[in-house]
Ligand binder design. Structure first.
Ligand SMILES: C[S@@+](CC[C@H](N)C(=O)[O-])C[C@H]1O[C@@H](n2cnc3c(N)ncnc32)[C@H](O)[C@@H]1O
Length: 271
């Protein structure tokens, strides 16, 4: 499928929507822990920053309840449409959807919390994102972020060469589209400089064996993104076959261990 307007480097088609679902299930427990650590409560107004097709949005909607509000901000028209359709299907009046680019969009003042996961790696300006967050949460409000700190930590043990090439190619593709995979350290510095106090930071990395959900998350990413890299004209069909065949081989080996990309959880409070 050719890239469309408002599309981003990972694509926005049905396979990417399904992959984001696998990713959400693998990370849901960690995410709920982060929200608990940030003090999320019923009745809060929360902005889901770069919400994608909305998996975390539905969890947030349940937690804030109808006395609260969830504003899902998303640039991709396809994801925004999915958000609107699904919010209506689920009967969630507390959810509203704003379609727009965080690099230009007006902030959403007065939020009690902002949730931002796997978005900062894809924006051209972390400073603009942080300014938007600062203007959107009230003084004393919290921002909770799950962003990559070391994407290159992703590997297989025993080591597999094609997966290493894949990881490097993914990082290059994000950089070429104006993003930065290992964005978390710069993000933390920018938050500190911009009037936020750090409540906590916490690294998250899984060591998974074949069949575990934490394995399926990166495996699903390879399945979808190897083809996406081909679609973007970055790699050959032969390369895609080699990467996917190698991963299938690792999956058949019960001794394989998948070490996942390192995510940094950051919880800050606006001064
Ligand atoms: C990897 S997905 C993560 C989606 C969701 N946060 C989650 O955790 O499932 C990144 C999302 O950020 C959105 N995004 C990237 N750059 C954006 C921008 N400048 N403005 C608004 N949304 C953006 C993409 O369209 C995509 O939906």
């Amino acid at each position: 499928m050719a890239p469309t307007a408002g599309d981003y480097v990972l694509g926005t088609g049905q396979v990417e929507i399904a992959r984001l679902g696998v990713q959400h299930r693998a990370w849901r427990e960690v995410m709920l822990g982060a929200w608990r650590r940030a003090g999320l409560r019923a009745g809060w107004r929360v902005v889901d920053v770069g919400a994608g097709p909305g998996y975390a949005t539905w969890d947030l909607a349940e937690m804030v309840g109808t006395a609260g509000a969830v504003v899902a901000v998303e640039r991709s028209p396809r994801f925004a449409e999915e958000l609107r359709r699904e919010a209506a299907a689920r009967g969630l009046p507390q959810v509203s959807v704003i379609e727009g680019d965080l690099m230009q969009l007006a902030p959403q003042p007065g939020c009690d919390m902002a949730w931002c996961r796997w978005v900062a790696s894809f924006v051209p300006s972390v400073a603009t994102l942080v300014r938007w967050l600062r203007e959107s949460v009230r003084p004393g409000g919290r921002v909770v972020l799950h962003e990559y700190a070391d994407y290159g930590s992703w590997r297989l043990a025993p080591p597999r060469a094609a997966l290493q090439e894949f990881v490097q190619e993914v990082m290059a593709s994000w950089r070429d589209s104006g993003g930065e995979p290992d964005v978390a350290p710069a993000l933390l510095g920018e938050l500190r400089r911009s009037g936020f106090s750090v409540i906590s930071t916490r690294p998250h990395l899984f060591t998974a064996t074949p069949g575990q959900l934490a394995w399926q998350w990166p495996a699903a990413f390879v399945a979808v993104n190897a083809s996406r890299l081909f679609e973007l004209g970055r790699v050959s069909a032969e390369w895609v076959t080699r990467v996917t065949a190698e991963l299938a081989e690792a999956e058949r080996d019960p001794g394989s261990i998948m070490i996942t990309p390192l995510v940094l959880e950051i919880i800050v409070e606006r001064r």
